[in-house]
Every structure is written in C-alpha cells, then in structure tokens.
Design a protein around this ligand. Structure first.
Ligand code: 4VN
Length: 326
C-alpha cells in the first residue's frame, strides 16, 4: 500500500496588513483590548483579491516548490467558508487558474476544521489507490464575511491561504490516528451566510443573515471543553504520549484558548505553535498557514522524523484531530 506524503507546503496572504491600532481608528476598540483577550496584533486584509486568488497563489507556490507538473494533479480540494461563490466552486476556479486539466476539484465546508477534514479526505483518496497526487488548500477572505459594525467579531478575523501538495510515495502512513467530530445541534452559535426560501411560493418568514455571527462565550466554552478531550483521545488511538509529539498545530483563533488547552492536555505551551498575532483567525487557512511558515523557518521538517498534532475547531460545530508523521 502506498500512502500520502506531504511533499511541499506553501502559504500566501494579501499584502495589506491592518494593525489593532488601525482598527481603533475606525471602530471603538484598542490594541490593549484585542491583544490581551486574543493575542492578535495584526491581520492581512484583502483589497481586491478573492478567495480563489489566494488559493491559486498557494497552488502555484506548491507546484513550483516541488517542481511538480500541473497535469499530474488528480484532485484539488479547497477548504473554505468564504468561497468566491457557490458555483463555480473555489477549487474549480483554482483548477482553471493553474491549468490543472486532469484534476477534479471541489470545495469542502467545515469552517475552522476544514483543512483537517480535507487532509483526512485527501489521505483516503490516495490510500484507496484511485488517485496519486493532489492539492489540499485552506483559503479564506473572511473580511468579506465579517460584520464590520460588530467590534466583538470583526477584530478577530483575517484573510489568507495555505496548503500542501500530497503525493502517493510513502510506505508509511501520514496519519497515525484521527478523530473527526461534528455537533450540528450547537451549530447556530457560529453562523454566516444563512439564507432562506424566498420564492413566490414561500411565505417570507426569515430574512437572510449573510454576515458572520458568533456567540463568543459558547464557542470559547466548546473549544476549552471538547477539543482537549479530542486531542487526548487521538493520542490514545495513536498509542503516543503527549511528550512524543514534537509540535501541536491548533486552529489559530485565540491564544488564551490555546493556553487553557495546553494546560488541560498537560503539555509545554511552547510546543503549541502560534502565529495568530500576525494573521488573526483565518478559519480553514490557519493550520496550513502555520504549517507552511513553520516548514519555511526550519521548525518543521518534511523528512519523516517529526510527529505533529493538527487540530481544528469551530463552526458546525466541527472539530477534529489528526496525529501525523511528516
Ligand atoms: C474557535 C474559537 C473562536 C473564538 C471564540 C471566542 C473568542 C475566538 C470570546 C471572548 C472574547 C475574546 C474572543 Cl475558540 C472562534 C472560532 C471561529 O473561527 C473558532 N474568540 N472570544 C473576550 O471578551 O475575551
């Protein structure tokens, strides 16, 4: 059996950096308020690039880095909650932009767990033997989805994209253990782009609710209660102790939440990589961005020696952990 291997990582964010101080010029907030509660100091905000543009940049960088021929791509998965539109999918736009004419392409919607879900799915596509090479990209332009009149949420999010090239060329599994979870019964505590039937045959009852809305307390409590349990269950499944994990790459929503999680799973907080201070919360893009940055700065090596925990959590509700050997 041939397993998937991550052969390249890449990320891209729009050039425009917006600091907390810049936000305090346009709404009643402050660097002190944002930084002390979330760890976020700045974020990238797109002026004119859409989600497919960010994802295409990542795709180009992945192919370039691995000197990989675009026609050999079998699939492209884009995890996003801020697609260019419903049709065509953002992944289809990326396929066209790259000229990946042999690849099938689709978006996967699992909010902040999107990259973790997508990497799990892609791993199975390759493990099945049916497909050999694919791109898994998380990409978001959340600045078009947040409610800029809501200072409680708009300061938390940012734009960016990251991804990996997967190739069937390993005799060892990439994913040592995994646990993907959903609880739709709690889904209304984090919503965006809710739409309702409004045809001439409907009684207009509810108005569309396009912008992002979050019950911060509910999501905070969910993250602290359900996610550490999920990480520990995955480690049990992998028959690994917390100490055998080199680094934990968790969704970059809030550094105080990561502090609490590190305490709950009894690990050194330094092993929780962190970059939300420069990106804010980029939902499905947060894990592939920090993965790519950490490979680029030499913290992580794609040489089969390091074990990582990748954990996403957010809208759906969705959460999930992959224990991977990269
Ligand atoms: C996962 C999480 C969050 C999130 C939840 C709450 C929160 C981020 C509430 C309290 C507030 C500071 C901000 Cl844990 C969001 C997502 C969506 O990607 C996923 N921040 N906060 C305060 O007053 O301290």
């Amino acid at each position: 059996m041939t397993f998937a291997k991550i052969t390249a990582t890449a990320h891209y964010a729009p050039e425009q950096v917006v600091t907390n101080d810049a936000l305090s010029q346009i709404m009643a907030t402050s660097d002190e308020w944002i930084a002390s509660r979330t760890g976020i100091r700045s974020r990238h905000i797109s002026i004119d690039e859409n989600t497919s543009d960010l994802a295409t940049k990542v795709g180009q960088r992945l192919l370039e880095q691995a000197a990989f021929p675009v026609e050999a791509l079998d699939f492209i998965i884009v995890a996003t909650v801020s697609p260019d539109g419903n049709m065509p999918s953002t992944a289809s736009l990326v396929q066209a932009n790259l000229g990946a004419h042999n690849a099938f392409a689709f978006d996967l919607t699992a909010a902040c767990s999107g990259f973790v879900y997508a990497l799990s799915v892609a791993d199975k596509l390759i493990a099945s033997g049916a497909y050999q090479n694919g791109l898994v990209i998380g990409a978001e332009v959340l600045s078009k989805v947040v409610d800029w009149s809501d200072r409680a949420t708009s300061v938390l999010f940012g734009d960016g994209a990251g991804g990996v090239l997967l190739q069937a060329l390993s005799d060892e599994p990439l994913i040592l253990a995994e646990s993907l979870k959903s609880d739709g019964s709690r889904g209304m505590s984090l919503t965006s782009n809710l739409t309702y039937p409004t045809s001439p045959f409907s009684e207009p009852s509810q108005a569309d609710d396009l912008f992002l809305k979050m019950d911060g307390r509910a999501i905070f409590d969910f993250a602290v209660r359900d996610v550490p349990k999920n990480i520990l269950e995955s480690l049990v499944q992998a028959e690994l102790s917390v100490d055998e994990i080199d680094y934990f790459l968790l969704h970059q929503a809030n550094s105080r939440i990561l502090d609490k999680m590190a305490r709950k799973i009894k690990t050194d907080r330094q092993k929780f990589l962190q970059n939300m201070q420069r990106y804010g919360n980029t939902s499905a893009a947060s894990i592939p961005i920090i993965l790519s940055e950490s490979v680029a700065d030499g913290t992580l090596k794609l040489d089969g020696t390091q074990k990582l925990v990748l954990t996403g959590f957010g809208g759906g509700l969705t959460w999930g952990t992959l224990v991977v050997k990269i």
